[in-house]
Ligand binder design. Structure first.
Ligand code: HEC
Length: 132
């Protein structure tokens, strides 16, 4: 089994929102990610830009990537125990300011559930090191 497949399987095995993840199409998600690329990078050479690197974000506690300067609101969410899984990512991406009041992510949100599921499936392919 390739690592990519393994990572996808692990992501699918997450209990929360597993149904959503199954609906997600990582290839379509790559296109959706274009909307994020003004601010976010993924992959082996990814750097923090306006937003934090999103390698390994599925399973990460909110606001905890070292070397990135988060808003106080995001740090507080992480301290309250917010972990990015399919469900919480979908809620944040639908309406960032509603889900994390005070976030500095200036993004209107992805209204379509399918787009959210697809981009989450795409992101779940990247391990912390950026390999897929
Ligand atoms: C205009 C810039 C911008 C765009 C576009 C944008 N983001 Fe963000 N994003 C940010 C910033 C800035 C933060 C840090 C938020 C904070 O600290 O409150 C962030 C934070 C995040 C986080 C939390 C990461 C963590 O480590 O806790 C996720 C997940 C995320 N963005 C996903 C996305 C996705 C997926 C898209 C595209 C659908 C997207 N963002 C589009 C700027 C952006």
């Amino acid at each position: 089994m390739s690592y990519k497949l393994l990572a996808a399987t692990v992501a699918l095995a997450l209990p929360a929102g597993a149904a959503l993840a199954q609906d997600g199409d990582a290839e379509a998600g790559e296109n959706v990610f274009r909307k994020c690329q003004a601010c976010h990078q993924v992959g082996e050479d990814a750097q923090n830009r306006v937003g934090p690197v999103l390698n390994g974000v599925v399973g990460r506690t909110a606001g905890t990537l070292e070397g990135y300067n988060y808003s106080d609101a995001m740090v507080a969410k992480g301290e309250e125990g917010l972990v990015w899984d399919v469900e919480s990512l979908s809620a944040y991406l639908e309406n960032p300011r509603d889900y994390v009041n005070g976030t500095k992510m200036s993004f209107a949100g992805l209204r379509k559930e399918e787009e959210r599921a697809d981009v989450i499936a795409y992101l779940s392919q990247f391990s912390e090191s950026g390999g897929s």
